[in-house]
Design a protein around this ligand. Structure first.
Ligand SMILES: NC(=O)c1ccc[n+]([C@@H]2O[C@H](COP(=O)([O-])OP(=O)(O)OC[C@H]3O[C@@H](n4cnc5c(N)ncnc54)[C@H](OP(=O)(O)O)[C@@H]3O)[C@@H](O)[C@H]2O)c1
Length: 282
């Protein structure tokens, strides 16, 4: 699996397996094992997904050495204040049955972000986590966090797909050395028009790939790591099979031009969305 180097020096796979909504102890443990057997080395979970134990069980059934795996979890914002961040991270490690995680993210930019960030800095220093980062941080929030803390986030995980490419955020992340990771790289299939665009279908036909593979290849070729989720073995395999072709510069430009800044899944800038999220407890 191809990787990119984080600002901590660790390598992060460019394709990871998304596990949101994979909560069935049997079927979804099997899906995670299928992903690892298909070549995925990054597994993306979160406290809020309520599946860290399932991920831990799947990992225990795989023969892949721990050092070759890259495990991410995320701290929910109700666990940001006081010593809750550290305690909840220790709980996540117990559920995952791991000594350390490769990456821990602050899931949303709400509540006591500063306190939680300093707690993660300490956890990184203590060896509980190799790299620390954030998720759903928009440019001003990211710059603020970077400028008033010691450790620059290694990663910002944000919704990114053909219709939502976050150009300004991409420039900010490049400037500060923060790796861009795309969640919902298919926009959770909420707008299937994206797969009927001429630029997508033409590339799919030319390279003998599916439109979903073109969507992932575009992001990865832009240096963005992607986290596709699927419960189906054939799709899990296909979504990782995007390294045997290269889009031309013209194709990349045409695909980039499809951006509509259309947020389909997670919008930390939207007032109603934020009010609803804040009511969610885990
Ligand atoms: N940090 C955050 O706040 C945040 C938010 C959302 C997501 N995430 C992470 O990002 C991961 C991915 O995002 P997501 O789960 O929201 O959505 P997604 O990966 O964009 O889309 C998943 C949907 O696409 C379908 N799909 C997968 N592969 C396909 C293929 N090859 N052809 C056609 N359809 C396909 C899946 O259906 P089937 O399962 O039926 O195949 C599912 O309905 C999550 O699982 C999670 O790990 C993070």
């Amino acid at each position: 699996m191809k990787t990119r180097t984080l600002n901590t020096g660790y390598e992060m796979p460019l394709v990871g397996f998304g596990t949101y909504q994979l909560t069935d102890p049997k079927a979804d443990e099997t899906a995670i094992i299928t992903a690892i057997e298909s070549g995925y080395r990054l597994i993306d979970t979160a406290q809020a997904y309520k599946n860290e134990e399932i991920v831990g069980k799947a990992l225990s059934h795989c023969q892949v050495p721990r050092n070759d795996l890259f495990i991410t979890t995320k701290i929910w914002f109700s666990n940001f204040p006081g010593d809750k961040c550290r305690k909840s991270l220790e709980e996540s490690l117990r559920k995952l049955d791991l000594d350390y995680v490769d990456l821990v993210l602050l899931h949303w930019p709400y509540n006591d972000v500063y306190q939680a960030w300093r707690s993660l800095e300490k956890a990184q220093h203590d060896g509980l986590v190799r790299s620390i980062g954030v998720s759903n941080f928009m440019p001003s929030q990211l710059i603020d966090l970077i400028c008033f803390n010691d450790v620059t986030p290694a990663v910002n995980q944000v919704e990114t797909h053909l219709y939502c490419q976050y150009r300004e955020l991409q420039n900010v992340m490049r400037r500060y050395g923060v790796a861009h990771q795309a969640y919902s790289p298919f926009g959770r299939n909420r707008n299937m028009d994206m797969y009927k665009e001429d630029a997508v279908t033409a590339a799919a036909q030319k390279y003998g790939k599916t439109p979903h593979q073109i969507a992932l290849r575009f992001l990865v070729q832009s240096g963005i790591s992607v986290l596709p989720k699927s419960s189906h073995a054939d799709r899990i395999k296909n979504n990782a099979d995007i390294f045997d072709f290269v889009l031309t510069d013209d194709e990349m430009k045409t695909l980039a031009a499809l951006d509509k800044e259309d947020v389909l899944v997670g919008n930390s800038q939207d007032a109603t969305y934020t009010e609803n999220m804040i009511k969610r407890t885990v």
